[in-house]
Design a protein around this ligand. Structure first.
Ligand code: ADP
Ligand code: MG
Ligand code: MG
Length: 318
């Protein structure tokens, strides 16, 4: 059904999230093809359900290299490079810790400190051994596990964008839950909401207006558990093995590609506002919105988007 503004909404549940596709035409076949494309990539990258190529790599840890398809190889290569950047909070080999904490899944618990230390030794990105010629991945130590949870949606959002472009779609939006990608500028641009942390689902701090951009948000309020009066959320500090603990409630990255948005939300989470804004000066194609625990909304710059504040409990600064 088209809404009053001529937009047709299609939805599905994939990658554990409600997925939304918005088009300016009634085209069930196109929507079906997009959802199948997402499912195909999800099946390659998941670490929660067999069969998946990433799970095959993890099962062979300490044993032998595994030859993988080009998308899996490319994404792992890119995730490994991001993990090895100086001071990076991103770590593709974080799997053993993610599996142990189980944050956002049934059976979550705070691991004993000694166990965290033991698992940290199994999360060294340099021990992910790549062979370009063979398109193979080898985890050098038994017990290592790759986790692409912080980057897979970005890669997939970019592939959906490419597919829609190839199909001649001039305006559309895909929302993969945390990763929004937009094509075109209908009515001057797409409006993308910035959620209010720890508030009812549709409460917004404000909206961003963008055209042909990806908007990725990662926050401590999406998946977490509480134990003994403390909150444990799902972005882990690869250096301590505990959830990243700083001044931030969420980080949003606006960029041409969603893959960059995914990598940089995690990097910026680790850097915090000051170091994060300094790092972004080297990347004029990327912009970020930091939401701090004391309700400041800090924009690194505002070249690719306009921001409208809706909730006056928050203050905007540049
Ligand atoms: P969201 O789940 O809201 O999209 P992210 O994109 O930040 O959030 O991805 C979080 C997921 O990434 C976690 O659930 C886990 O699977 C994985 N992860 C957690 N910590 C890290 C980290 N430091 N580096 C890379 N991946 C991580
Ligand atoms: Mg994400
Ligand atoms: Mg991320």
């Amino acid at each position: 059904m088209a809404s009053a503004d001529g937009i047709y909404n299609y939805s599905a549940v994939l990658m554990g999230s409600p997925i939304q596709l918005r088009l300016f035409e009634h085209n069930e076949a196109l929507a079906g093809a997009v959802f199948r494309l997402i499912k195909r990539y999800e099946d390659l990258f998941t670490v929660n359900r067999e069969p998946s190529e990433v799970m095959a790599i993890n099962r062979a840890a300490g044993l032998h290299p595994v030859r993988v398809s080009p998308p899996v190889y490319q994404l792992i290569r890119c995730a490994r490079a991001a993990s090895l950047l100086p001071g990076s909070a991103f770590n593709l080999a974080i799997g053993p810790l993610v599996k142990r904490w189980k944050i956002g899944f049934h059976g979550d618990s705070v691991p004993p400190a000694a166990e965290i230390q033991r698992l940290l030794a199994l999360t060294r990105p340099g021990r992910v051994i790549l062979d370009d010629a063979a398109s193979s991945v080898f985890l050098a130590d038994k017990g290592m596990e790759i986790d692409l949870g912080a980057i897979a949606k970005g890669y997939i959002a970019d592939r959906v964008r490419d597919y829609l472009r190839r199909e001649g779609v001039s305006a559309g939006l895909i929302n993969l839950g945390g990763n929004v990608h937009t094509l075109g500028a209908p009515g001057g641009g797409w409006s993308v909401g910035l959620k209010t942390p720890f508030a009812p689902r549709d409460a917004l701090i404000g909206t961003l207006r963008v055209a042909d951009k990806s908007v990725v948000t990662s926050g401590i309020y999406e998946r977490y558990f509480e134990r003994h009066g403390r909150r444990y959320h799902h972005i882990l500090d690869p250096h301590s093995g505990y959830p990243l603990d700083n001044e931030l409630q969420s980080v949003t990255v606006i960029s041409p590609d969603s893959l960059d948005g995914d990598i940089w939300t995690t990097l910026l989470y680790g850097f915090g506002v000051e170091k994060g804004c300094a790092a972004l000066r080297q990347r004029p194609d990327l912009e970020a919105i930091f939401v701090t625990r004391d309700n400041q909304v800090i924009c690194s710059s505002r070249r690719q988007f306009q921001f409208t504040l809706l909730d006056d409990n928050f203050r905007v600064t540049d």
